[in-house]
Design a protein around this ligand. Sequence first.
Ligand SMILES: Cc1cc2nc3c(=O)[nH]c(=O)nc-3n(C[C@H](O)[C@H](O)[C@H](O)COP(=O)(O)O)c2cc1C
Length: 191
Amino acid sequence: MLKVLGILGSPRYGGNSDMLLDSALEGAKEGGAEVEKIRLCDLKISPCIECHGCDETGECIVEDDMQILYPKIVASDRLFLASPIFFMNVSAQTKAMIDRCQCIWVRRYVLKQTIGKGREHRKGFFLAVGGSKNPEKFMGAEKTIRAFFATLDFTYEKDLLIAGVDEMGGIIKHPSALDDARNLGREIASV
Ligand SMILES: Cc1cc2nc3c(=O)[nH]c(=O)nc-3n(C[C@H](O)[C@H](O)[C@H](O)COP(=O)(O)O)c2cc1C
């Protein structure tokens, strides 16, 4: 059974990226995958303090809830990362989690280890919601997530970038976003 991990970077419970992620995970569950959802806001995650404590081992020495998240990220076959766009990039909660994966960067690029089952197998999906209609606002976030997925040995398989949705729960009125996410979840669970 494929392990699908969903990580939510929005601070809004029941917000737009939360609903988008739920639809994707429901689809994945319907497709037969084992699904787990993590809200970064429920965890205590300090930003990377650039202590270089991971340089030799690829293990982060900061004792907080990232220690719970690392093994889940490494064990997952599919990752849905969902974030709102904040100032042309992902949320601070998402970026803190990403920066704390510097230890996995060490494993991958310094210690030359394969992460989990490796990039041929592991697939990452980026779900993002932004208030403005300008499609350029996703460019910064997409670059960040491409680098993040590559570090974690995930292929950047697909994204759903939803523009022009701002108010709480406004994504319900979008003509296709939630259906697209559910269908994507179903598709990736059965591969
Ligand atoms: C601090 C902050 C910064 C934001 N910056 C942007 C931005 O640069 N571009 C954009 O399109 N929307 C921006 N927004 C709007 C959010 O992306 C939008 O409200 C989104 O639907 C929130 O998703 P959520 O409900 O999943 O948190 C910003 C909102 C906040 C609170």
